[in-house]
Design a protein. Structure first.
Length: 332
């Protein structure tokens, strides 16, 4: 199941589950993968920024990626960004041999000029091999590397193994329109565009020509709904379901604590046994947790999937994945 330029839908960015003592939580990985597939995800991405990849050693990174790949029946993309090409090549070959669908590569922060960026991706593509499809991660808010549409066009046209853009520029709606314009005028071949930033602008990004999302959110089925409704021409339905959850989408986008919010809600949903992150990590205060609970109660008035009751499921309780599907049906 290698990814190609026709990829569409929602590739959920998966967090890495940890026990409270910092050990990787294999049981929660399994529940999480099942949950994402039940939510309608068309793919899963691991070892990304929100997957705490830099906090894993090489052995752990391979084990996490391999467990997700073997559990999943949808394509799995693995983040392989690294300061050096030797480590990138090694991880790429290992996860591809394990059954990954492709890899994602972010630019190192020291790149500044257009030529430096284009050269880096050319060399990265050579390092991982022409048979490995890769995703450009365009996230200038974090990596401080600005890729103009023209630079992305050069990367795509020079590297046949580049099949997807993870678009996280902000503001970035015009960028999507420009890239699709390049395709219409035949100056750039078609690639899949999946958008990030926690889905904060997904309602309009898919209208501009994005193929879906490659991001995380504690209610990924909402992202699936937005993409599905838009593709079906049901614009009002897409915006209504998006707007219903926008307060929590916004709250989860706070720099520094966004992952803590996401993990907390996933724990409340019974997906993760704990909301732990590896140190250094932000911790939600009691007041922040109360605010999240308040937002859930508000959203639940319009979207029953946010009605999580008063208590989280015990850590050893199996996730009732069929319940996720029933909750999803209630919004359709």
């Amino acid at each position: 199941m290698l990814i190609d330029s026709s990829a569409r839908g929602v590739y959920v960015i998966a967090p890495t589950p940890f026990h409270d003592d910092g050990r990787v939580d294999a049981g929660s990985i399994d529940r999480m993968v099942d949950f994402y597939m039940e939510c309608g995800a068309t793919g899963i991405t691991v070892l990304g920024q929100m997957g705490e990849a830099p906090k894993l050693d090489e052995r752990e990174a391979v084990e996490v990626a391999s467990r997700v790949i073997h559990r999943s029946s949808v394509p799995v993309v693995v983040g392989v960004s690294s300061p050096g090409f030797v480590a990138m090549r090694s991880l790429s070959r290992t996860v591809m041999d394990a059954g990954a669908a492709g890899v994602m590569i972010a630019p190192p922060v020291q790149l500044r000029t257009d030529d430096q960026i284009v050269t880096y991706y050319r060399q990265a593509a050579e390092a991982i091999g022409p048979d490995v499809p890769f995703v450009i991660q365009d996230y200038p808010l974090t990596f401080a590397v600005v890729m103009t549409p023209g630079v992305i066009r050069r990367i795509v046209n020079e590297n046949s193994s580049c099949v997807m853009l993870k678009h996280e520029d902000w503001p970035g709606l015009e960028k999507i329109s420009t890239l699709r314009g390049f395709e219409r005028e035949a100056s750039m071949r078609h690639i899949s565009i999946l958008c990030g930033n926690g889905g904060l602008f997904l309602d309009f990004e898919v209208e501009r020509g994005a193929d879906g999302a490659m991001t995380g959110y504690c209610f990924p089925e909402m992202l699936v709904d937005v993409v599905r409704f838009t593709a079906a021409g049901q614009r009002d339905a897409a915006h209504n379901i998006f707007d219903a959850q926008l307060p929590l989408v916004r709250y989860e986008q706070q720099p520094g604590i966004g992952l803590a919010v996401r993990k907390y809600v996933l724990m409340r949903r019974g997906v993760l046994a704990a909301d732990a992150q590896r140190k250094p990590a932000a911790v939600l205060s009691s007041q922040a947790r109360e605010e999240v609970e308040y937002l859930l109660s508000i959203i639940a008035r319009m979207d029953k999937r946010a009605d999580l009751g008063k208590r989280a499921a015990p850590a050893d309780t199996e996730v009732p994945v069929s319940g996720f599907r029933e909750a999803q049906k209630s919004t359709q």
